[in-house]
Design a protein around this ligand. Structure first.
Ligand SMILES: Cc1cc2nc3c(=O)[nH]c(=O)nc-3n(C[C@H](O)[C@H](O)[C@H](O)COP(=O)(O)OP(=O)(O)OC[C@H]3O[C@@H](n4cnc5c(N)ncnc54)[C@H](O)[C@@H]3O)c2cc1C
Length: 308
């Protein structure tokens, strides 16, 4: 039976970086990815805040990450992890086809877009409701769309949509944005973007596709209707952490210490899947490097204790 030094779950920026560090530390390493190498950022048309690249698409950036990982012979398998068990001797990492064994595990499984929770949202997914402007923006050429959210993703994606569509309404539940100031400035200057403040989407309606939304002003409680052809949702993240029972916060993000150790010895977490203030490529990369180094230290300490 093969026992890996480290198994990494997820091939986004955090997992790939952890894999590169682990390989260079000469740990036997396996990276498991359920969808395709790259993680969330592959859907982003433009990344401008990852040092070394003034402007690059998410997919191109992650292609470079993958090339780097392949150059150090990192083993990457297309498999979904469905359970991690923390045994005394080793950890068991189960997928649909295998039950892998490892001395340590790095969970870098990231997060997915949160649903809005508005009436009609589920019904119109793929028929006007989208979570990815880069993927679906093209279908709304010269039409009117609504973006929901006020963070970096919402504003970046609105700026992209404004180049394609006729009009972008951004509805935000507060009276100010959370996005980086440079993005806010661009959005405020864009003639195609109009903000609807202090408001939430109550319902999305239409026949076969989205035709209008019903908004509610959270201050005045007034309801209003807005005709739009598409709704793009950027209201936060849900962590991909259902396969592990390590300690989590109320929203399901994994709690770690400053060296990225979880509540289970030998299991570490890196990137968007953990409780942290900022979820970006740069922070995921830093986490990946730290988690792999922590795993290496954990394995060395374990080795020393068995020898003594
Ligand atoms: C639209 C959009 C725009 C963005 N723009 C920027 C930007 O401009 N700059 C920036 O720095 N950041 C940006 N981000 C954020 C950035 O994408 C994330 O912070 C970053 O990708 C987190 O990396 P990660 O490796 O932690 O997780 P992820 O990128 O989420 O990768 C996790 C990987 O784990 C895999 N996985 C999940 N569960 C399992 C499982 N059970 N088994 C196997 N594999 C699994 C997933 O398929 C995924 O590939 C953007 C995000 C979005 C959605």
């Amino acid at each position: 039976m093969d026992v890996y030094d480290v198994i990494i779950v997820g091939a986004g920026p955090a997992g790939i970086t952890a894999g590169i560090y682990a390989q260079r530390a000469r740990l036997t390493t396996l990276l498991l990815e359920k969808l395709g190498v790259g993680g969330q950022i592959v859907v982003s048309d433009l990344v401008e805040n990852y040092p070394g690249f003034q402007k690059i698409s998410g997919s191109e950036l992650m292609q470079k990450f993958e090339e780097h990982a392949r150059s150090v012979d990192l083993r990457i398998e297309d498999e979904e992890v469905i359970e991690i068990r923390n045994g005394d001797e080793y950890k068991s990492v189960k997928t649909y086809d295998h039950d892998y064994k490892a001395k340590s595990v790095i969970i870098a499984s990231g997060a997915a877009s949160k649903r809005l929770g508005a009436k009609g949202e589920e019904k119109f997914i793929g028929k006007g409701v989208s979570f990815c402007a880069t993927c679906d923006g093209f279908f709304f050429r010269d039409k009117d769309v609504l973006v929901v959210g006020g963070g970096n993703s919402a504003i970046t994606e609105s700026l992209l949509l404004a180049k394609i569509v006729n009009k972008v309404y951004i509805v935000h539940r507060r009276s100010e944005l959370r996005a980086a100031k440079i993005l806010q400035e661009r959005a405020f200057e864009d003639p195609k973007i109009e903000f609807i403040w202090n408001s939430v989407v109550e319902e999305i309606t239409g026949h076969d596709t989205v035709e209008k939304v019903i908004l509610r002003n959270v201050v005045t409680k007034e309801r209003s209707e807005l005709a739009v052809d598409g709704v793009f949702v950027y209201v936060g993240l849900v962590p991909n952490t259902g396969f592990t029972d390590v300690g989590k916060d109320d929203n399901g993000f994994i709690i770690t210490d400053e060296n990225l150790a979880t509540s289970a010895p030998g299991i570490f977490a890196a990137g968007d899947c953990r409780t942290t203030m900022l979820r970006q490529v740069a922070t995921a990369v830093g986490d990946g490097a730290l988690a792999a180094t922590s795993a290496e230290r954990y394995l060395s300490a374990k080795q020393r204790s068995t020898e003594s």
